[in-house]
Design a protein around this ligand. Structure first.
Ligand code: MRU
Length: 359
């Protein structure tokens, strides 16, 4: 991997911060109009924050939940061991159920839980809480490092003057660091590659127009907002050289779940012979799933489809359907950019190798 290409290349806005023992989350529902913080120190507030997408994006959800669970360990530490274990299991499952598709959530909670369960017979409650908090900090730091590696491996795939299309938000807000898909774009920009970006608006929650445009604006990266339905037209006109998105869960054969609309983009890119890349950390891979058929797809409230920012956009009582994610089949993906390098087909073996699974 190359050394950092520019001094101005820095992590994006970190979505999770600590102030005097409190977990403060950037309230992503309020951007780009307002940069403000939501106090998610209390367990119920953290569950709400993940569900309502105060904090969102698979890696950031995992990191936030890890801190949330660590704070629970401290909160429950005065209980007897049996009561502690019961309450800890409940808190873990409540956090786990907040959002079903992003596997990083389960992955991060399992890491904290394994440590706590192992320590419970050997250490004092205060020490266990400390251990859990340190593990959450480690997970956070690992994401920063992974994001940086992804950004640099991915930037090598970008050519001078490329026009890149992206969907949803896979920047620092979503990934806790430099960003994944947006990290690649930022690294290519700071390497002086003179790139430009087409940003899908990403209905229904508009993570593209609200968050990706905001993050690109912070770095002054040339970017153009388009409606989700416009990418085919642009590809046909030769205006897009490559597509990069993030992922929320990747099966062992490379099938990748990402924000709804990603599959359309991948099919369109395949038709136009434009390379379609996924950028994601190894924590987004689900080694329990052999393909994408069983990836749970979150169905969110229809109110997100029939309104924009609370304002109705259709007839009263309109019926609406709101699957939050779709699955792009591995054969449409040119490469998966991870901190272990760019994985290529055959994904079954390249993914197993990256995850160090015995084949
Ligand atoms: O519903 P969200 O906003 O949490 O969606 C998840 C995502 O941010 C995207 O699908 C993203 O591309 C992958 S996570 C970096």
């Amino acid at each position: 991997m190359s050394a950092l290409t520019s001094k101005s290349y820095h992590p994006g806005v970190l979505p999770i911060q600590f102030e005097q023992g409190r977990i403060m989350l950037v309230d992503q529902r309020k951007l780009p109009h307002e940069l403000c913080y939501f106090d998610a120190t209390a367990h119920d507030d953290m569950c709400f924050a993940i569900q309502d997408m105060v904090v969102r994006g698979a890696p950031s959800i995992g990191v936030a939940a890890a801190f949330g669970l660590a704070l629970n360990v401290a909160r429950l530490s005065t209980l007897s061991k049996p009561d502690f274990l019961k309450a800890f299991a409940l808190a873990t499952s409540e956090l786990n159920e907040t959002r079903p598709t992003a596997v990083n959530l389960r992955w991060a909670l399992q890491r904290i839980a394994a440590l706590v369960i192992q320590a419970v017979d050997q250490k004092y409650p205060g020490d266990i809480a400390n251990l859990a908090f340190k593990e959450a900090e480690k997970i956070f730091q690992e994401h920063l490092d992974a994001n940086l590696a992804i950004s640099e491996y991915g930037a090598a795939l970008v050519k001078q003057g490329d026009s890149i299309s992206t969907h949803c938000n896979a920047g620092g807000l979503a990934a806790c660091g430099y960003g994944t898909a947006l990290g690649v774009i930022r690294a290519a920009h700071f390497a002086g590659k003179n790139i430009s970006v087409y940003v899908d608006e990403t209905r229904p929650r508009n993570q593209g127009s609200k968050l990706t445009m905001w993050e690109l604006h912070q770095d002054a990266i040339p970017s153009t907002l388009i409606c989700d339905s416009m990418s085919g037209h642009l590809m046909k006109q030769g205006k897009i050289d490559l597509v990069i998105t993030g992922a929320d869960r990747i099966a062992r054969n490379g099938d990748s779940a990402n924000k709804i609309g990603t599959y359309n983009l991948a099919v369109m890119a395949h038709h136009h012979k434009i390379p379609f890349y996924i950028a994601a950390p190894l924590s987004t891979f689900d080694c329990e799933l052999f393909d994408g058929n069983n990836i749970p797809i979150e169905e969110r409230s229809s109110s997100e489809v029939v309104t924009i920012d609370g304002v109705a956009t259709t007839v009263p009582d309109a019926r609406a359907y709101n699957p939050g994610f779709d699955v792009t089949p591995a054969e449409l993906i040119a490469g998966i950019i991870t901190e272990a390098g760019v994985l290529r087909p055959d994904y079954r073996s390249s993914i197993d190798r990256a995850l160090k699974i015995q084949i």
